[in-house]
Design a protein around this ligand. Structure first.
Ligand code: GUN
Length: 281
């Protein structure tokens, strides 16, 4: 192994400690930030995420409000709950855990959240703000990736960055953030024809495809920085979208799975909640 390990777990712990200091200062002024998390249905992975979001929210001193609704809840009832949370001054951030049950219109639900309480950064107004360089709530996973990249590389200006994946949650906002930092950005996806060659030109690779060990070691440019967003359950346990053992022979730096990007997502959710609270108080 020659690559430097990018320790997202330690970075996230440090970020949470700084957030806790900010929360304590606000609480001393009589305002405690509050995050509401809404889970519809019993998806096992979502239940795990929601539980750890609640625990970490409380650990930094924020109020955590959990709302669990049955899978068959009518969409109108979910929208009514969002209206109540929008109007509640003790709730500064609202997160509706995705995916939603099939009978619900995900866009309609997300866009019902008051944009300045949209700590996921998924509301169409925040997507537009980010794309046009305005102050926006930024999606947590790509924000966490950006923090790790800036911490490791400093200025990203002029770097060749390849984002693999074009989801609304990771790929597209990641590309916007890298562009905002003046990187030269390429977005690859399932129909991309020359992925190994594109990888070999990239100073930065962000892999968010959801396929175990998809990115091969011999695709990596020597010295490149590799950010692995994947969390894939396999017979060998959790693995990323990058073949870590092979890639770490060539990369300059790489995030491990677990312990890389994963812990950054919740830390950035808490950072967004603190920002949302500061904006209105
Ligand atoms: N499901 C998977 N990732 C996320 C996320 O970042 N936010 C929400 N709301 N749901 C998710």
């Amino acid at each position: 192994m020659t690559a430097t390990l990018i320790n997202g777990k330690a970075f996230a712990a440090d970020l949470r400690a700084r957030i806790a200091t900010g929360v304590a200062a606000m609480t001393a002024r009589g305002i405690t930030p509050g995050l509401a998390v809404v889970l519809v249905g019993e998806d096992p992975a979502s239940q795990v995420y929601v539980r750890s979001k609640g625990r970490m929210t409380r650990e930094v001193g924020m109020n955590s409000f959990e709302h669990r609704l049955p899978a068959e809840t009518p969409q109108a009832d979910l929208l009514a709950l969002i209206d109540r949370l929008n109007a509640d001054p003790s709730v500064n951030g609202i997160l509706v855990q995705l995916p939603l049950p099939r009978h619900m219109d995900e866009s309609a639900v997300i866009n019902a959240i008051y944009p300045d309480k949209d700590v996921d950064g998924f509301h169409i107004l925040n997507v537009g703000r980010l794309a046009t360089g305005q102050k926006a709530m930024v999606p947590c996973t790509p924000l966490g990736c950006l923090m790790l990249l800036r911490d490791h590389l400093g200025d990203l200006g002029g770097k060749n960055a390849l984002v693999i994946g074009r989801s609304n949650i990771v790929g597209k906002p990641m590309a916007q953030l890298l562009l905002r930092d003046s990187a030269t950005v390429t977005v690859a996806h399932s129909r991309t024809k020359n992925l190994p060659e594109l990888c070999r030109q990239a100073d930065i690779i962000v892999a968010a495809v959801g396929r175990a060990r998809f990115v091969q070691g011999d695709w990596i440019k020597p010295g490149a920085t590799v950010i692995d967003v994947g969390i894939n359950r396999t017979d060998d346990g959790l693995v990323g979208d990058v073949d870590f053992d092979a890639a770490s022979q060539t990369a300059g730096a790489i995030t491990p799975v677990p312990g890389g990007v994963g812990p950054m997502t919740i830390a950035c959710l808490l950072a967004n909640t603190l920002t949302a609270t500061a904006r209105v108080n």
